[in-house]
Design a protein. Structure first.
Length: 140
């Protein structure tokens, strides 16, 4: 990405501008309108990039499950071992006497990462989960 800055004018309703300013303020003193808009554009480009099944991405899968569910832990491990090239790290947290939180970091194509996430989230006993994807932004 070029470091040359180009100035342009944007017109928007006052209430929308106020919300942009509030968002910039929440993100810290260094965030100004220009940086807030650049962040929004980068977010949209990353989202578009993560829609391409061949794009290389990183993702985190967060799941909550009951570890007492019939052999769920073994089935979760089996899926993860089948994809050890894509799964780069996991964190397992005991929430209470029955529930666990597992966070799985993955790297691979959009298609691979989504396939692994679907396989894990589809296991009986997984209560909830979500996949968050991103890129390094180098292709933007």
């Amino acid at each position: 990405m070029s470091s040359d800055l180009v100035r342009f004018t944007i017109a928007m309703p006052q209430d929308l501008l106020e919300k942009l300013d509030e968002r910039a303020a929440r993100r810290g003193i260094r965030k100004n309108r220009s940086e807030a808009i650049r962040d929004l554009v980068r977010d949209a480009l990353v989202e578009d990039s993560c829609a391409d099944p061949d794009q290389e991405i990183c993702g985190t899968l967060t799941m909550v499950y009951n570890h007492h569910a019939s052999d769920l832990t073994k089935r979760l491990d089996d899926v993860q071992h089948d994809h050890c090239d894509e799964i780069i790290s996991t964190m397992h947290i005991h929430l209470d006497a029955h529930n666990c939180l597992e966070i799985i970091a993955m790297r691979g194509s959009v298609a691979q990462v989504k396939e692994i996430a679907d396989a894990l989230l589809g296991l009986k006993g997984v209560k909830h989960g979500s996949l968050t994807t991103t890129t390094t932004g180098e292709a933007l």
